[in-house]
Design a protein around this ligand. Structure first.
Ligand SMILES: [Zn+2]
Length: 277
């Protein structure tokens, strides 16, 4: 289910201890071991606060210690913590990015960025598998209470009957145009967070680039339903595909919003789909 995926089954304490014995330089090993209790206490806090940035302050540590903790993450590219990377990437359902439901996962994002929160650089609950565009759009952004925050794939419970995103399909100057929005009927605080998430990850851009291709791939569907049942046939086909996307994946899948919008677009249904060719 997009935007909410199963948590990796790891023991964060033993991952930390692995880091404490795996750093090449003895001075780094000592530093990692010396702040073990503080970091493990912060892990507890992370879990209690469900990763919410407004509830978690970074531990006060020296610049050197912060750099050493942040660089623990490099171990996930090697043998000692490679399984942390592999298992976290594999937790994404069908390798689909839980942040956008569109791209394929290939990167680990630090939900709380490791530059600001180096103590969580190898905490499995802070590592979310993401696609390349989400990884670069999110970058070092931390959400706050005023503008909202990113949805957290391991902690946020989303309504199962209310999609996060809505779409519109229009015909403009003889071409098919799509636009995506946040579903303004969502309850707070999900609404504010969904707006933040949508804007910072540039989801309208990400979806619009795939939407026309997705509609074009279904051209034969639209055309044959149009020949059989006119605009009503296309409308029903849009809704049928929307239902399929929702069942196969989730109501928060971007393709659900897209096909649902086809069903609500008289211009597209009454023959505008022909501009796809
Ligand atoms: Zn993504």
């Amino acid at each position: 289910m997009t935007y909410s995926i199963r948590r990796p089954i790891r023991n964060p304490e033993s991952d930390y201890d692995t880091a404490g014995v795996s750093r090449q330089k003895i001075v780094h090993r000592r530093i990692v071991q010396s702040v073990r209790d503080q970091v493990l206490a912060a892990y507890q806090k992370y879990e209690t606060a469900a990763g919410q940035p407004t509830l978690i302050s970074p531990i006060k540590l020296s610049k050197e210690t912060r750099a050493v903790l942040r660089d623990n993450y490099d171990l996930t590219y090697g043998v000692s913590l490679g399984s942390l990377r592999a298992e976290t990437l594999a937790s994404a359902s069908r390798w689909i990015c839980p942040m956008c439901s569109k791209g394929a996962v290939g990167f680990l994002d630090h939900y709380l960025p490791k530059d600001k929160y180096p103590e969580f650089s190898i905490l499995c609950l802070n590592l979310v598998p993401v696609c390349s565009p989400c990884n670069s759009n999110k970058s070092n952004i931390v959400g706050d209470a005023v503008r909202g925050r990113f949805l957290h794939a391991y902690f946020d419970q989303l309504p199962s009957d209310m999609p996060l995103w809505k779409a519109e399909v229009r015909i403009e100057r003889q071409s098919v145009v799509t636009e995506f929005f946040v579903n303004e009927s969502l309850p707070e605080p999900i609404l504010s967070n969904a707006r933040f998430h949508f804007e910072k990850l540039k989801l309208n851009e990400q979806y619009a680039t795939g939407a026309v291709l997705e509609l074009w791939e279904k051209f034969e569907n639209w055309n044959s339903e149009f020949n059989l049942g006119g605009a009503e046939g296309v409308r029903i086909e849009g809704l049928r595909l929307a239902g399929q996307m929702r069942r196969q994946f989730s109501p928060h899948y971007w393709k659900f919003a897209l096909h649902e919008a086809v069903g609500r677009s008289p211009d597209f249904c009454s023959g505008g789909f022909k501009f796809l060719m």
